[in-house]
Design a protein around this ligand. Sequence first.
Ligand code: ATP
Ligand code: MG
Length: 586
Amino acid sequence: MLRLSHLFVRTLRDDPSDAEVPSHRLLVRAGYIRRAAPGGYTWLPLGWRVLRKVENIVREEMDAIGAQEVHFPALLPRDVYEATGRWTEYGDNLFRLVDRKGADYLLGPTHEEMFTLLVKDLYSSYKDLPVSLYQIQTKYRDEARPRAGLLRGREFLMKDSYSFDIDDAGLAKSYTDHRDAYERIFTRLGLPYVIVKAMSGAMGGSMSEEFLAPIEVGEDTFVRCTSCDYAANTEAVATGALAPDTSEHPATSTLSTPNCPTIASLVEYLNTNAPRSDRTWNASDTLKNVVLTLRNPDGTTSALVVGVPGDREVDIKRIEAQVSPAEVEPMDDATFAKNPGLVRGYIGPQVLGADSATGIRYMLDPSVVPGSAWVTGANQKDTHVLYLVNGRDFTADGTIEAVEVAAGDPCPNCGKALEIARGIEIGHVFQLGRKYADKLGLSVLDQNGKQVVVTMGSYGVGVSRAVASIAEAFHDDIGLKWPRAISPVDVHIVVTGKNGDDITVAGEQLAKHLEAQGLDVILDDRNGVSPGVKFKDAELMGIPTIVVVGKSLADGNVEVRDRHAGTNEAIPVASAVQHVVSLVRS
Ligand code: ATP
Ligand code: MG
């Protein structure tokens, strides 16, 4: 029994000043976590119970698909990550250390290398496969923007598993097993989720999906088709090749365009000074060339210009997902200064491309289809060109999915409208293929005595992030509202009497009887704390069932409050235990 007179907890009336999102605010205020370092949190007794419950549900479902639990150190040697290139690729996101002998170490951000080597160490035959291994472990990432409490920590708890198969069919099965297990996990946690296509990223691999909790404060944006079952992280939306424009376009002409600093002012100028006979000019007739800097993990940089229709925004995250592990930044003044061929505000593709005057790489969004004509910069101040045709008057080095996906855009699968929403990434399933096994030399002998490279999958659940996501999904203005499966206890009993009076004795008895039935109980037995404060604390802590033993005891009743339904029922003391037990078990 957790007695609030002794429990190591302090609730706060006020929001912590650094808390940006409800889960962070409420978990701190209700006494579940305390900030210990930037992006690092201490779990207090109530929080620790929730975390362990989440962890156990994850563990049970991993065990149920036959995955076996192991545990690696978090402190790992450099050479292993050097072998796969990730010592460099991880860039600033890796926590690096040096030991007393001067040897380099890192704190594991994820463990593909270690698992691959462990299997290589112990297994050598097809008869040993398939095998899936997992751990539930603290991970370290020096995130650029640790934020929102547990949602993006620099030290956080992850379940990561890895599957090892002899062939593609085996990998497909291991992947499906994990995906199904994740559905069961999030269903048991009570956490709403959407499965979306994800980017495979730099590590290659063929198939990757994310589990997103559709919650507004999430950092991921995803699309769902309003007609078919297509769903994807916007990073992974692939428009693909669109039909070319086969119409005849006039020859290119140059136009002096003074005082047109924006696309809107340019369009207005065109309609006044160079009107079209067939229709008016629109922003979508202009080609916007956005100059970016790619920063490679080794610190080197290169320029990239991306061409998109003038009525669309560029989505840096989407571009970044395609050029990973490089990071993408808007180009700074210094780089502009080094490239005098780039006339800010009037950049056109005539001087762009690997084979061009500037030698700057130039990529087009697929919506700039071959054969299409554009109004764009003339690479000269206050001057634009009209009817510059893709393929006729300029060429790019390739295409890159670059525009910000918007609600109403056509679904890549069926063409109907997409809708857009935000979510928190709570899980990720990923067919790695043979990339790690190749690099680290993990192969086994097959039936014919031939060495074959093992194919792998990797699968992650953000365990600590799941706690915060559940808090995001289940709370109101006054506090948390835990789903039963992960609530720190089953029942919160508020006793409004004083030490030794009938009310307190009845509360103590009820708590004992509920415990005898196998329920976990918080008993608010604090003496000298007002009923009002006790109610507020109970609501803040968010145990789904609150039982108040107070004044109505005189009529032989206790009050049973349900945090989710918002109901408040008078129940005879005599049947209280049975009533509460059936509520909790229902
Ligand atoms: P994100 O895109 O949010 O940075 P990720 O794709 O880098 O996450 P993975 O490498 O796929 O993360 O890790 C597996 C899971 O670990 C994620 O699905 C997420 O739930 C969790 N996770 C990742 N980074 C963090 C973090 N900084 N804090 C808490 N949980 C995290
Ligand atoms: Mg991920």
